[in-house]
Design a protein around this ligand. Structure first.
Ligand code: GLC
Length: 468
């Protein structure tokens, strides 16, 4: 029997321990999918945030060099994580805080995390062939590994190039030549994203569409030249979703389970959710968004689209939290259009799934979207997506007229309030047509499982290790 490939998977977020965005869903489901596929032994590590709510077992403690001194890392493990053994890097100064991100010293916090992960390799009996890291928070790891464990290969997955992370050069004193420092951003602060791009043995991103976009100046957020140097080494592999976890037929969090053969049962879920939010139960479509309230998610153009659209023809539920500016504006909007529009800033996974199950139309007018998971969850639950076709949205949503009879959603013509209003109206018209059932069915039958992506990753991992 062939020896299993050993992978240490490193992420700042892993659901359900810590969840801010889609990174956490991938942190949960991708390592599990690798284990289920066979041929891999995967161990996972993340920071121990204050909000992690489970009892952990002490494993070891050790000192981690930081700047001129040392910080202590206490390594812990979740004794109940059976599928994928999961370790936690704990340090009160850096991670015992109210939030997960958005501190002035985020660079220092995640540099500590990277260093502590490298040191951890001496404290556990698991010796990885590959360390697979994700997004800027872990971008310094490929560099540290090259210097300290040159025999271990590193894979760097970019989930969002817009966030990059910085530390002063003093933190890498003794590690880098002047030329290397300059490439990382010196005399300004050193850039985590650059380190990941330069030092990783393989770079991947979360959809083929985003991989192409990263090659364009307007999407690369200043990383264009470095990415170009790597050229064909960037693999765009579409994220999967956990099709069992997100399954309308067996989902215990929704009141009325249903399957692709009986999408009309969805209507019961819609009536239930309308009741919950005080929306009248009429034969007009329910639109929904489950989202971080962030400019890049298209909230501003949504507000414009609402003002251009005929409000009596649809209802809208927005579920999510984020920028307080949008909380304020959306509260104003719902005060004005309370019979049609609801905004709920109390996110929960149960509510999110009830929204997917209830929605007829799902809006995703993102400015950019490396992969996007919401549109996949929506289709799995029979909600028809209206999207700005960028990144993974273009790869997953098929508009009418493209691909015979495979249409499962609508594409905006450009990123504007007017273009969104136009597609919303098109979707409302389609909702009242016989075609609608087909759109729902096509979406529900899409295979968004991890299976294909795991095969692609397997190919790349094996190549890296020189295995055929
Ligand atoms: C980031 C991206 C999102 C992607 C997710 C998981 O949150 O913005 O598009 O789906 O990571 O890869």
């Amino acid at each position: 029997m062939k020896r299993k490939i050993k992978i240490l998977y490193v992420s700042a977020e892993v659901a359900p321990y810590a969840q801010v965005g889609g990174l956490s869903e991938v942190g949960r489901s991708f390592p599990e999918a690798l284990m289920a596929a066979g041929g891999f032994e995967v161990v996972r590590v993340m920071p121990l945030y204050q909000s992690v709510n489970c009892s952990l077992k002490y494993v070891a403690d050790y000192s981690v060099p930081m700047d001129q001194g040392y910080e202590t890392c206490v390594l812990k493990k979740d004794p109940d994580a059976k599928e994928v053994p999961t370790y936690f890097i704990s340090n009160d100064r850096y991670f015992r805080r109210d939030r997960i991100y958005a501190y002035e010293d985020d660079g220092l916090r995640f540099f500590f995390f990277c260093r502590a992960v490298v040191q951890m390799l001496q404290s556990i009996s698991f010796h990885p062939d590959i360390v697979h890291v994700n997004d800027w928070h872990t971008g310094m790891l490929p560099l540290l590994l090259k210097k300290e464990f040159p025999g271990i290969k590193s894979v760097y997955t970019i989930h969002n190039i817009a966030y990059q992370g910085f530390i002063p050069a003093a933190f890498l004193e003794g590690y880098l030549s002047e030329a290397e420092k300059l490439r990382l951003g010196h005399p300004e602060w050193l850039n985590f994203m650059k380190a990941g791009i330069i030092y990783a043995d393989l770079i991947t991103t979360v959809s083929p569409g985003y991989a192409k976009e990263l090659g364009m100046e307007e999407h690369s957020h200043g990383m264009g030249a470095l990415l170009e140097e790597r050229g064909d080494k960037i693999a765009g592999i579409l994220n999967g979703i956990d099709m069992e976890h997100y399954n309308p037929q067996s989902d215990k969090l929704i009141p009325y389970p249903y399957d692709a053969g009986h999408p009309e049962l969805k209507k019961k879920n819609r009536t239930h959710l309308r009741g919950l939010y005080g929306l009248p139960d009429k034969d007009i479509p329910l639109m929904a968004m489950v989202t971080r309230l962030d400019q890049a998610k298209g909230i501003d153009i949504l507000l414009k689209a609402i003002s251009y659209s005929r409000l009596s023809t649809y209802q809208l539920i927005i579920l999510g939290s984020g920028n307080p500016y949008y909380h304020g504006i959306l509260s104003g909007v719902t005060a004005t259009y309370g019979k049609n529009i609801v905004a709920d800033f109390c996110y929960s996974e149960a509510l999110a799934r009830q929204v997917y199950a209830a929605a007829d139309i799902y809006l995703m007018p993102s400015l950019f979207e490396p992969c996007g998971l919401g549109q996949m969850y929506a289709m799995r639950y029979g909600a028809v997506p209206v999207v700005n076709p960028v990144g993974g949205l273009r790869d997953t949503v098929i508009p009418p007229g493209q691909g015979r009879d495979r249409a499962n959603g609508f594409h905006m013509e450009c990123w504007s309030g007017q273009a969104l209003a136009k597609e919303m109206e098109r979707a409302v018209t389609a909702y009242h047509s016989p075609e609608w059932r087909k759109y729902i069915r096509n979406g529900m039958r899409m295979d968004f499982s991890w299976q294909n992506s795991v095969l692609e990753y397997r190919k790349y991992y094996r190549e890296l290790l020189g295995r055929t």
